[in-house]
Design a protein around this ligand. Structure first.
Ligand code: CA
Ligand code: CA
Length: 190
């Protein structure tokens, strides 16, 4: 039996200005030469191609930058798809890692018609380390802003004004759930 339902998810929605959100995670316990991947799910709003960029900056134990790896602002698709940045590093020198997400609308409209972002993930050495990211799904909010994230500008409600900055949007999507019913028939012969 198939049941159509709706789920509402909270996502970050950018506007025409280039904005970013970031947080710094502790990776001081990780060692060795390891591949890493930082990614988000993204899609455009209204017309595109809206753009997403990613950046990571590791710091040593004294707080000194060890250099920045970045994915420049790149077009996203009309449906949800991963955007990722990968590399390999000697994690013995990494104490913390700043994760940053950039976004920019492709149109010249005033309002939150830029790329939508959900589910930041971090994988290191083939292991899912997303739990190190606070509020990676952006579902927790303090006022208009997602908890745990710093940003380039103040957050507001999603709107169609030229003053629009960053907002948390409530996106409703249709889901189909398939349920399998098992019927057991017992026949007793007397
Ligand atoms: Ca979410
Ligand atoms: Ca757009």
């Amino acid at each position: 039996m198939a049941t159509d339902g709706e789920i509402t998810r909270t996502v970050v929605v950018f506007s025409y200005g280039i904005d970013w959100l970031e947080q710094t995670v502790d990776v001081s316990d990780l060692e060795g030469e390891q591949p890493w991947t930082f990614s988000v799910l993204a899609k455009q709003t209204a017309n595109g191609p809206d753009q997403i960029g990613l950046e990571i900056e590791p710091f040593d134990q004294e707080g000194a930058s060890l250099g920045i790896s970045s994915l420049p602002l790149s077009p996203v698709q009309s449906d949800w798809a991963p955007v990722s940045l990968s590399g390999t590093a000697d994690l013995g020198s990494w104490a913390s890692l700043r994760l940053r997400i950039y976004g920019k609308d492709a149109e010249f409209w005033g309002g939150n018609y830029g790329p939508q972002v959900d589910y930041a993930t971090l994988e290191i050495g083939g292991t899912d380390e997303t739990a190190r990211i606070a509020n990676a799904s952006f579902d927790l909010a303090e006022g208009f802003a997602p908890s745990g994230w710093l940003s380039s500008r103040a957050w507001d409600s999603c709107q169609g004004l030229y003053t629009a900055t960053l907002c948390l949007g409530q996106i409703t999507e249709t889901t189909t759930t398939t349920t399998t019913t098992t019927t057991t028939t017992t026949t007793t012969t007397t």
